[in-house]
Design a protein around this ligand. Structure first.
Ligand SMILES: NC(=O)c1ccc[n+]([C@@H]2O[C@H](COP(=O)([O-])OP(=O)(O)OC[C@H]3O[C@@H](n4cnc5c(N)ncnc54)[C@H](OP(=O)(O)O)[C@@H]3O)[C@@H](O)[C@H]2O)c1
Length: 275
């Protein structure tokens, strides 16, 4: 089972979660993949309104037989709901789709220019209302986080950003840690869009520990104090991705992995996202 980190409001979050973006072509596939992950020991599931899978994800959680309070559930507010002044309805819609009474974490999926501060105000209202245990950000660069913090009464619990050895975003990560905001790594394995897992440095380190390159990358994230949410639809790879608590990288290996940074994004740049 994944070890936990503590959010700035003392809510604990499993350090490895299951990413669910495109986890299934159909609702049945998505349902099965999430059930398999829960059987594999995952207790943290990451979804979003955008992924259009909240219904099967929620069904899998509800039908798993695992007590609700043992599973950490995240979903995200999409930009069009911000632009259409539909934030609170979007939150209620996500809860309804998931079939849950409460969320563990609700995130602003991407910053919407001109709406950053007002969006956070509504996120704070949602938090105070009590149907989510934490609120946070995603894809917010330093200047976006600064804009949030300017008027915030609730400090964001996390900032979920693209984070892997080819994009270490050290400036954003350090800034968030300094402010008590836990960084979360999306596409922690570099997604299917880049050959990160074939990197020679990672292959060498993986060989030393008898681990896979995916496990090395996930371990690197956790040792640096960050949550990671790898996506896999396969029972075997899900199991592999959560077995990262029985070895420890040396400081030198952590540095070698940091040095792989190429500034390569697989996703959009947060300043230029369009909805
Ligand atoms: N906040 C945001 O804006 C944002 C953006 C993108 C993603 N996310 C979240 O982050 C999650 C993860 O990101 P991602 O899905 O883009 O990429 P990822 O988790 O880095 O990589 C997923 C890819 O790696 C493969 N894979 C998984 N485990 C593997 C292993 N042990 N060995 C080899 N290949 C492996 C998967 O294939 P198989 O499924 O076949 O195993 C899939 O092709 C998403 O699902 C989503 O929840 C958030």
């Amino acid at each position: 089972m994944a070890k936990k980190f503590l959010l700035n409001n003392d809510v604990s979050i499993p350090s490895i979660g299951l990413g669910t973006y495109k986890i299934g072509l159909t609702d049945d596939d998505s349902y099965r993949a999430v059930r398999t992950a829960l059987d594999n020991g995952y207790r943290h599931i990451d979804t979003a309104t955008l992924y259009q899978n909240e219904k099967p994800v929620g069904k899998a959680i509800r039908e798993s037989g695992i007590p609700r309070e043992d599973i950490f559930v995240t979903t995200k507010l999409w930009g069009t709901d911000i632009l259409n002044n539909n934030i609170k309805k979007a939150f209620e819609g996500s809860l309804k789709n998931l079939g849950l009474d409460y969320l563990d974490l609700y995130l602003v999926h991407w910053p919407v220019k001109g709406k950053i501060s007002s969006t956070w105000k509504e996120m704070e209202d949602i938090y105070i209302d009590g149907k989510t245990r934490a609120i946070g950000l995603s894809n917010h660069l330093i200047h976006h986080v600064e804009e949030v913090l300017k008027d915030a009464t609730v400090i964001p619990a996390v900032n979920q950003i693209e984070l892997h050895p080819y994009l270490i975003q050290q400036d954003v990560v350090s800034f968030c840690i300094e402010k008590g905001i836990l960084p979360e790594a999306w596409s922690p394995l570099g997604s299917s869009k880049m050959p990160l897992l074939q990197d020679e440095v990672l292959i060498w380190i993986a060989g030393k520990y008898g681990k896979s390159t995916a496990q090395v990358v996930l371990r690197w994230n956790i040792q640096k104090g960050r949550v990671a949410i790898p996506k896999s639809a396969s029972h075997e790879r899900q199991a592999e991705n959560i077995q990262v608590f029985d070895f420890e990288l040396t400081d030198d290996e952590v540095k070698q992995i940091d040095n792989l940074d190429k500034g390569h994004r697989t996703g959009a740049h947060p300043d230029y996202i369009e909805f």
